[in-house]
Design a protein around this ligand. Structure first.
Ligand code: SAH
Length: 212
């Protein structure tokens, strides 16, 4: 990432509502070029989703930024991400929280993400190959959960793995249409839901695992 790429990306992020300094710094430290194949390297710093392996996509930087901002990760937080892709969002979270667990149902993507994080020395991320719709009970509870695939409703097992006072950001809506970002906060007596008024388009959360 050249200084010009960084500067342009930061200007775009700010103009699209990513203003939190900690989030901008974490994104500045995360070179998106490391998370796309050679074919798409030249376009890595554009604010668009791009194709990755297994027919999936790497998210648009401004959407990653706004979701990260809404999640409001604190330095001591244990965070779960569902839908690793090639690991771009997880890398950004690794600069904000204490420990990041990220689950990916495509085994090939989980392998690519692990290799990239190891190569870059991002040692507080653990990539798990599996179905993240059931969460990660053995590491629960989590302070923050970020779902980067669309669900029809916030998945029950994920809600159950939130710590009291913790929150989850999830795109909610019928697959393949526009979804709305929702933030769910666990309270002493139940859950508070807030619509973030931000339309997004994610691939659907699919149950089960894929070996490719
Ligand atoms: N967070 C990624 C974006 C990934 S796109 C980034 O930083 O760019 C969404 C990903 O969710 C896809 O890779 C898809 O395979 C994965 N996914 C969908 N359903 C899943 C599930 N049940 N468990 C784990 N991963 C899932």
């Amino acid at each position: 990432m050249t200084p010009e790429d960084t500067m342009r990306m930061l200007v775009t992020l700010r103009s699209r509502g990513v203003t939190e300094p900690r989030v901008l710094t974490a994104m500045e430290r995360t070179d998106r070029g490391d998370y796309v194949s050679d074919t798409f390297k030249a376009r890595a710093y554009e604010d668009v989703p791009l194709p990755i392996a297994s027919g999936q996509t790497i998210s648009q930087p401004s959407v990653v930024g706004r979701m990260t901002q809404a999640l409001n990760v604190q330095p001591r937080d244990k965070v779960l991400e569902v839908g690793t892709g090639t690991g771009y969002q997880a890398a950004i979270l690794s600069h904000l929280g204490r420990r990041i667990y990220t689950v990916e149902r495509h085994r090939a993507l989980a392998r690519i993400a692990t290799e990239t994080h190891v190569r870059l020395g991002l040692t507080n991320i653990t990539v798990i190959s599996g179905d993240g719709s059931h969460g990660l009970p053995e590491q629960a509870p989590f302070d923050r959960i970020l779902v980067t695939a669309a669900a029809e409703d916030p998945p029950g097992p994920l809600l159950a793995q939130l710590r009291e006072g913790g929150s989850m950001v999830v795109p909610v809506g019928v697959s393949d249409h526009m979804q709305q970002l929702v933030i769910v906060t666990r309270t002493a007596s139940g859950y508070d839901y807030e619509d973030l008024n931000m339309p997004v388009r994610f691939v659907p959360l699919v149950e089960g695992v894929e070996h490719g």
